[in-house]
Design a protein around this ligand. Structure first.
Ligand SMILES: [Zn+2]
Length: 71
């Protein structure tokens, strides 16, 4: 098994975050399919794989927040 980082929406907690749009200057537009929030991200992108519900919960439990970093 390998460690991966999971992108979660900070607004609604959704894991349905995708990149389906790019700016003219090739920055990714991250989009939450659940709540519709969008944000331009320049130096990061995302990939997909399947994980178990247990592993997904671990990602939620260790998510970075202001004043608290991921473990
Ligand atoms: Zn959201």
């Amino acid at each position: 098994m390998e460690y991966v980082s999971v992108i979660l929406c900070r607004n609604c907690g959704s894991r349905y975050v995708e990149v389906n749009e790019w700016t003219q200057d090739k920055k990714a537009v991250f989009h939450c399919r659940t709540c519709g929030k969008k944000e331009i991200v320049e130096w990061f992108t995302l990939g997909r794989c399947q994980v178990t519900q247990t592993e997904l919960q671990k990602a939620r439990d260790t998510k970075a927040k202001p004043g608290k970093y991921e473990r």
